[in-house]
Design a protein around this ligand. Sequence first.
Ligand code: PLP
Length: 414
Amino acid sequence: MSDTPAPSAAALPPGADPALAGYGIDTVALHAGRHPERFHGVVNPPVYHASTFIFETVEQLIDTRHERAGGAFEQFTYGREGTPTTRALEDAVSTLEGGYRAVVTSCGLGAIAASLTAFLSAGDHLLIIDSVYGPARAFCDEFLIRFGVEVTYFDPLIGAGIRELFQPNTKVVYLESPCSLTFEVVDVPAIAAACRERGITTIMDNTWASPLCFRPLDHGVDVSLHAATKYISGHSDLMLGIAVCTEPAFIPVKKTASGSGYCGGPDDVYMALRGLRTLPIRMKRHQETATHVARWLQQRPEVARVMYPALSDDPGHALWKRDFHGASGLFGAVLQPCSPAQLAAMLDHMELFRMGYSWGGYESLVVPTWPATLRTATEWKDPGPALRLHAGLEDPDDLIRDLEKGFARLAAAA
Ligand SMILES: *Cc1c(COP(=O)(O)O)cnc(C)c1O
């Protein structure tokens, strides 16, 4: 079985911009949210630097107040609620994921906080995946519980078994797939279906897949969010988030994001939109290189196992193949047990895989991870330290040579 699936044939969902109906997802990624006719024919929408929108008449001003109160948020009223630049990015990503509308936020964590607080109140119960992105866990443990929300973590492999954890006050189930740091694939459709039966809102962090490789709303999820900081922007130079919503989820998320002050800055929004246009070609290269590097790592004696669902022998491969249209460049490797000095000898001197807490940009990155310290509902048993690697757009063989030299330093430090 080949590691690399055929390019996605996902077609545009019903309800999206009719001018794009019938086109493949790569074409949609290039054209969604673009309206040159509104901007003198300019290909990209301009950057609107705006706090203030002028109303010509009292009637117009009152009309936008009514519209906003009714929850439409169609007209532009104030910079915090978005500008035409913001709307272009929201429309583009929402179209790609088959959403009703999307909400841009100041960063990925802003999208997480806005989505959770949109649906949770004091006395409600939140079920959250045990392998969630660390700062999302901290937001729940340090903030949500202070406001009277009950938080329970669950096993990423629980599937439809999630039903047994439902309580009468369960309001939200929060997912991320593949798992942060450990890359297990979650049975999103099974969990979302169980939630639908009970009217529980599902929120999913879809950053790993980008809007091109997984479409959560097709699988029953209500809110799909991204750190646009990562793949969508693609150049490691901005912070931004976006939450793609179904129609019923849109108003609560929009009201919470703007009511909590999570708006994105105009230049960041513009650059994210610019990044989006090259996302299809970048994602293919990230996947190809990650597959190449991951296969090489599997042969190395220093590596206990590689965690990347695009590999045909990965435990999550079947689910990934069933639900995803491709993979990104982020994956994990568990090393054979080694000393902290050996790990430092390898990582302190990497030339291309530099250490940094991010990914999704054009450059390769690595960080050591300790998955056991970020779990409470499940146990992480691998004795060796783990690495999280981001395969960037460099020549794949240069990346392999960088790792090869790193392993030589690791061995020499024994
Ligand atoms: C980076 C990241 C976030 C947070 O995004 P920021 O823009 O850094 O706030 C959320 N989820 C995942 C999976 C991430 O990697």
